[in-house]
Design a protein around this ligand. Sequence first.
Ligand SMILES: Nc1ncnc2c1ncn2[C@@H]1O[C@H](COP(=O)(O)OP(=O)(O)OP(=O)(O)O)[C@@H](O)[C@H]1O
Ligand SMILES: [Mg+2]
Length: 279
Amino acid sequence: MSEQKKILVVDDDRDLCRMLERYLTVKGFAVDQAYDGETALRLVPKKEYDLIILDIMMPGIDGYDVCGRLKTQREYNHIPIIMLSAKSAEMDIVTGFKTGADEYVTKPFEIQKLMKAINDTMEKRRRAREDLGIKHEIKFEFESRYDYLDKVNELISQLFLRTDLAPDEIWNLKLAMHELGINAIEHGNKLDPKKQVKVSCALYSEKLEFVIEDEGEGFDPSSIPDPTAPEGIRRDRGRGIYLVSQLVDEIEYINGGCMAKMVRHLNKPRRAGAPRGPQ
Ligand SMILES: Nc1ncnc2c1ncn2[C@@H]1O[C@H](COP(=O)(O)OP(=O)(O)OP(=O)(O)O)[C@@H](O)[C@H]1O
Ligand SMILES: [Mg+2]
């Protein structure tokens, strides 16, 4: 069963927004609407949109600006954007593509033409991801509060469903995510609810990759005492990092320590005596 694709429609013409919402919902998409650029930029980090339909002339931040801002951010530049605009001069269309639009449809438009643009751009994106070897990807942000960690667990479970990892192996990865999530909240963001933790998880045919990023000052992992050394065994610092290193195949702290990237290789034989979690 394929998942419902999420589309964000951004247009200050509310009637058009509602019309598109109804039409695309019938076509099986989950649709959100934004009537201005600010709202669109606020909504994008909250959901993993598969496509954005974007008007250009809007009060406040216009469509070119919204497109430019999203296309210059690593987390969002993969989301296809179709510009839908009454600006139909060649120069306007060129500007649209220059700011990073994937498609440009001029108003007034035929709905079939827009549908074709939607299907074509999504298909292009799917093929580009396949070329990278990515089979499934989940990205989200959460505020620095402990109760969000349960939500993270729930979200990443979608990824595990697509692997043939055993329940105890999944439990190990969830535990590693939990330790890194707590470190990002406590040590990185110092429990400041205004600071976000960004998580991205990707399933490739041969590996799972998780990246967790906080907005803190980072740290030097080489300065953390080894909790297994005789003099370190009683220290309560360093156990989380050590545990993670035992639970995944690769762990790397990048961006001065604000970002942790861990990798679990798939298709490898089970380790004898691997720690077993709940079944
Ligand atoms: N995201 C981060 N940002 C800044 N400092 C960090 C971060 N992650 C870890 N650290 C530093 O590394 C130290 C070791 O982290 P580790 O998870 O191993 O132990 P801990 O969090 O202190 O204790 P616990 O055993 O409860 O996890 C932390 O005390 C902190 O100083
Ligand atoms: Mg810790």
